[in-house]
Design a protein around this ligand. Sequence first.
Ligand SMILES: Cc1cc2nc3c(=O)[nH]c(=O)nc-3n(C[C@H](O)[C@H](O)[C@H](O)COP(=O)(O)O)c2cc1C
Length: 520
Amino acid sequence: MSNRDTAATLEYHETTKHSERSVRASRHFLDFENQPLAFKIYRDLKAIPLPQSFPGDDLPALEAISPPVAAAAANGDDERTPDLATLSRILYLSAGITKRKRYPGGEILFRAYPNTGALHHIDLYLVTGELPGLSAGVYHFDPRDFALRRLREGDYRAVLVEASGRSPDLARAPLIIASASTYWRNAWKYEARAYRHCFWDGGTLHANLLAVAGSEQLEPRLVIGFADRAVEQLLGLDPEREGAIALVPLGRSRRATPPAPPLPELRLAIEPISRSEVDYPAIRAQHAASSLKDGAEAASWRAPTLAREEPAPTDSFYPLRPMAELDLPRDSLDAVIRRRGSTRAFDRTRSLSLEEFSAVLDCATCAVLGDFLDPPGASLLDLYLIVHAVEGLAPGAYYYRRLERSLELLREGNFRKEAGRLGLSQELPADAAVNVYSMVTLPALLGRFGNRGYRAAQLEGGVMGGRMYLGAYAQRFGATGLTFFDDEVTEFFSPHARGKSVMFLVALGHPDRTALGGGS
Ligand SMILES: Cc1cc2nc3c(=O)[nH]c(=O)nc-3n(C[C@H](O)[C@H](O)[C@H](O)COP(=O)(O)O)c2cc1C
């Protein structure tokens, strides 16, 4: 199986689409007796508690989410090594438990990042040299007891540097955070579509991680070009059930990464996550089809990004409107992440101002720095919107012209009913003030990046979606990710969007505080 055999992705994407028919024909039901644990629990490893109190940061959330590229870029030769308190802040605000809610069947532990079905299938791992307060090793982060567990002792960063074909970002980092999904924890509900969710949920998690680590001047980057087997082996993942998502280098060191110690196979006992597991071969097949075999393949995969052509514009343009300096919300990133929670009902009677909405779009579209987005500021995705209630914009369908920072009106009209339908006939997208769809032309993407381009586009969609959440909560309104009828979205925005596929959907608006459970 080769990354270049892109028929695999087209088939995976096609067979995991939602449609009226697929939803109707599905016999899938949720077996609550067999619901997987939302945590990976190592049986025999000692917990290394992380400091529960760590210095916050006063940087306003909107600034932290969208730093100018120059500010986020290299700090020259400055050395920068995170200490344990900084690391605790990063882990907590990326993937920590921020809320607990009791319900008749038990308790849900909500996390810092939004994720499909609150199933929390993503784990974080650290691969580090010596840090102040933490010895070199490979660690797993467990949000349950806010502790690390050491999987390997010694400095193994060189394994990741080699796996990435000597990525200069990984080579300069004293610490690398790796993420991985245990598929069954999400596939229990979403079946084979869970592989998309690895990158959706990984994306929202990384939106937080990039913002928090960026606020610590640690130059975080998304590195997704790596030899999968080598990374999975280092982290002790079960390649049949788990897949690595991304590597994020943090900090800067002038010292060369030392050669790694020997790498025995990890055989660590892990608590079963449910009574039994259902295998979805399509997940494993898509992971294998988009895997890179060694560092050399990773090095050649990492190259200038996809060149895209903007379609010719019409004359109905609405430029984004920046908020007056004095009106910019000053709430810190920490406060915003702690209070975030997906909106469960929107208030149809309240609109967003164009300034508020512009601030969210600016957050979403500021540079995502990563090895598939060179030069900095590039993007794989096009944004399409259904506006219901944004002051200064006629209700209708829009395309976001990124270079001009303008919204182009494609079709005027009240499309609340249609938006509800496109979002799997839910009320949230019908009641929201606006829905934002990230889309990509798959054949062009796969032509450039092979099957792994699919991971990249889904992940970028997740990061942009996560940033929209943060941009909304920074301004005290709400957001929720949503799923969708794939082909109907394309059809709705056609002919403009003909041939494009949806990677992510976010609805934005003011929460309905009178609705049951609403108003997060
Ligand atoms: C990609 C994505 C898709 C989602 N899809 C839906 C959806 O279709 N319907 C819905 O009610 N909530 C949806 N959600 C919201 C999740 O259910 C919510 O994030 C999860 O329950 C965790 O809650 P929290 O975001 O408040 O922490 C989605 C979230 C994400 C990130």
